[in-house]
Design a protein around this ligand. Structure first.
Ligand code: SF4
Ligand code: SF4
Length: 366
């Protein structure tokens, strides 16, 4: 940017509006939002400065700004804005655009953020799984005790799942590396990466930043339950893999450790998602709910629901358990394969930005 002129990028302003930041033009720069924000540092606070950058269409400045990630969309600022603007939603829109811009390949990220391409993003895993079943000559059992490995042997799940996971992890790492480079371009670090990472992990474990929000405090519980439910489900998956590969268990056991941990995880994550949905539909909090948010909520919700349904049908001895298993696998595929472009990415980008801001001593004023 030239020091005397501002090149207004009107396309970027349109993009912000498209991503839910429709109030960007309402701001009159009173700075009330920066005063009330519970997460803003004293020095050079947000979100007033981001609001003016957004009005000016300063895309590069905003995308490199770590402060957009410190905002947890609590809406404390929206409640007090004299123009009824929602700065948290504007920053959320900028974050969605930042994920698109840093992701690789970028066209996948852009497509994933658009409702009209959703059928394609569903069709891909459906065709992938259908072709695998056909190609490997797998047959869905028509009767007998329900064991999912009688339909798709664990070895296929392991090999294919690990391959997809490694590819996606490499793509995500490349995108995050680009993001990290864009953040660190201007400032020198005061603390080394690992010390900052430990502090951020403590913040995440306690959800201490969400706790500071007042207007949208219910979000603290929504995130807490969803986060820990997800951790439980990861532990359940690892335990099931241990049972099968190291203890020689042929079929996942009802009532076994993996099953119990998985059931607890399902209850906890569903509780979190239900609070999230309630918070979104109750309209008690002045914030925009975007397609990007809803897509992730529904993916998590239906993954958990199909997981529970599979177990009930299995106990009942119904062969519909196998069909539910296929839907469950499709949803898991979508969660993993599209993670670098979804709200999952949002969580990782935010964590990385928090490591960076910790490393330069940029933390909330209170
Ligand atoms: S409180 Fe509202 S009008 Fe004032 S600077 Fe913030 S967004 Fe703009
Ligand atoms: S939404 Fe909350 S965290 Fe974000 S800028 Fe407003 S007050 Fe701060």
């Amino acid at each position: 940017m030239n020091s005397e002129y501002v090149d207004v990028d009107t396309k970027f302003i349109d993009e912000i509006i498209k991503h839910g930041g429709k109030d960007v033009k309402k701001c009159m720069q009173c700075a009330e939002c920066s005063v009330v924000c519970p997460l803003s540092p004293d020095n050079n606070p947000f979100p007033r400065k981001e609001m003016i950058w957004a009005q000016w269409g300063l895309k590069d400045t905003l995308l490199k700004d770590p402060d957009i990630w410190l905002c947890h969309n609590c809406a404390d600022c929206s409640k007090d804005c004299p123009r009824n603007a929602k700065p948290g939603s504007v920053l959320n829109a900028v974050r969605e655009i930042a994920i698109e811009e840093n992701s690789w390949p970028r066209f996948v990220a852009k497509g994933f953020g658009e409702k009209k391409y959703l059928p394609l993003f569903i069709l891909f895993p459906v065709l992938f799984i259908a072709l695998l079943i056909y190609g490997l000559g797998l047959k869905m059992p028509a009767d007998g005790t329900i064991y999912f490995s009688n339909f798709i042997p664990y070895i296929y799940i392991d090999v294919i799942g690990t391959t997809i996971g490694v590819i996606i992890a490499l793509i995500a790492l490349f995108s995050l590396w680009r993001f990290w480079k864009s953040l660190t371009v201007t400032q020198k670090n005061k603390m080394n990466f690992f010390s900052a990472l430990i502090l951020v992990l403590k913040d995440i474990i306690a959800h201490s930043w969400f706790k500071k929000c007042e207007t949208n405090h219910i979000r603290y519980y929504a995130h807490l339950f969803t986060f820990y439910g997800f951790i439980f489900l990861l532990v359940a998956t690892a335990t099931a893999a241990f049972e099968i590969h190291f203890l020689g268990v042929q079929h996942s056991l009802i009532g076994g450790p993996a099953n119990i941990i998985g059931n607890v995880g399902a209850v906890v994550i569903l509780t979190g998602i239900i609070i999230v949905i309630y918070n979104h539909v109750s309209n008690k909090v002045p914030k925009e709910n975007t397609y990007f948010d809803w897509l992730f909520i529904f993916l998590l919700f239906f993954t958990a629901i199909t997981g529970v349904t599979m177990e009930i049908l299995r106990l009942d001895g119904s062969v519909f358990a196998y069909w539910t298993y296929l839907v469950h696998l499709t949803l898991i595929f979508m969660l993993i394969a599209y993670a670098p472009y979804s709200k999952f990415a949002h969580l990782i980008y935010r964590s990385i930005a928090m490591v960076y801001t910790r490393s330069i001593g940029r933390v909330p004023a209170i």
